[in-house]
Write a new protein. Sequence first.
Length: 230
Amino acid sequence: MKTIAQEDYLKNIYKLSQRSGTAATCDLAEILDVTPASVTNMLQKLAKTSPPLVNYQKHQGATLTNEGEKVALRVIRRHRLIELFLVENLNYGWDEVHEEAELLEHAVTPEFVEKVSRLLGDPKQSPHGQPIPTADLKVTRVDEQPLPTLSINQPATITRVRDEESKTLRYLAQHNLRPGTSIKIQKRLPDGTMHVLVQGVSHKPIQLKASMAQQIFVNKPLEGAELPRE
């Protein structure tokens, strides 16, 4: 039985590793709001469990072992199913569910999780488009790229958005910037701010700060593709 702190570490090591290949001590400290020394202490403990849950070397960050990845994916499965349940069954907004799921993911039983999954039809994605690991911990990968890397006037479809920032999610929802929405970048300013055209409101570009655009991922579009006409 893993502690809440251990599960939080493993989940965030997994997420950071997906972005950059490894989880740096400073990044974990910032996400978990603890000191770097506390992170080092926990990583050393996780590396010494039987079986080990992380691979850790000082100044080289941490990665998950096979066993550690299984634990992380179970937590992520619980989290994302809970988010979807709250949105679809309890009328939560997609900007409200992350914090609730952070609490509930450590409290529910495996039986509860699987009943929720069946109730929802064994869904593949969270409300934010994040892949939900299957019961046997398989994850469907999508060929995608961060929105800021999209070329000017290159049509694409939003695949997912990161779910941590409620303010960002509220802004995106107001402008229909959700998974499945077709968009293209009309203009990119020197400070990274983007003017984005959204299907359905293409006559009025939406302004996205660079920090906000980095939270959005889109499919890798085919060259010559066109934005669907209204």
